[in-house]
Design a protein around this ligand. Structure first.
Ligand code: ZN
Length: 97
């Protein structure tokens, strides 16, 4: 099964949607994000989902649930979600920052 986020339809419409946004401030931290930064840049504009795609894949294409997020917040939310799912599994010691 293809993850909805990895389909061409999703990637294309997410990019198009971002270009239509007047306000590219991150929904979570309110920092100004930018479209033309390299992948992985902390302030790169990304599409985040108010309801995680994992939770409701059928809503992945519902733009009413899309928000602009900086790369940092998007990655942090994704990681938190994955951690919740993995809570019962043993994990290697994590590095303290
Ligand atoms: Zn942010």
């Amino acid at each position: 099964m293809t993850h909805p986020r990895h389909t061409n339809a999703y990637i294309t419409s997410a990019a198009a949607w971002l270009k239509t946004q007047q306000d590219l401030r991150c929904h979570w931290c309110h920092k100004q994000t930018h479209l033309n930064l390299r992948v992985g840049h902390p302030l790169k504009a990304t599409v985040d989902h108010l309801i995680e795609v994992d939770t409701a894949p059928e809503l992945a294409m519902n733009q009413g649930l899309w928000v602009v997020a900086c790369w940092t917040c998007n990655a942090a939310r994704g990681a938190r979600h994955v951690n919740n799912k993995r809570r019962r599994q043993p994990r290697p010691p994590s590095r303290r920052w």
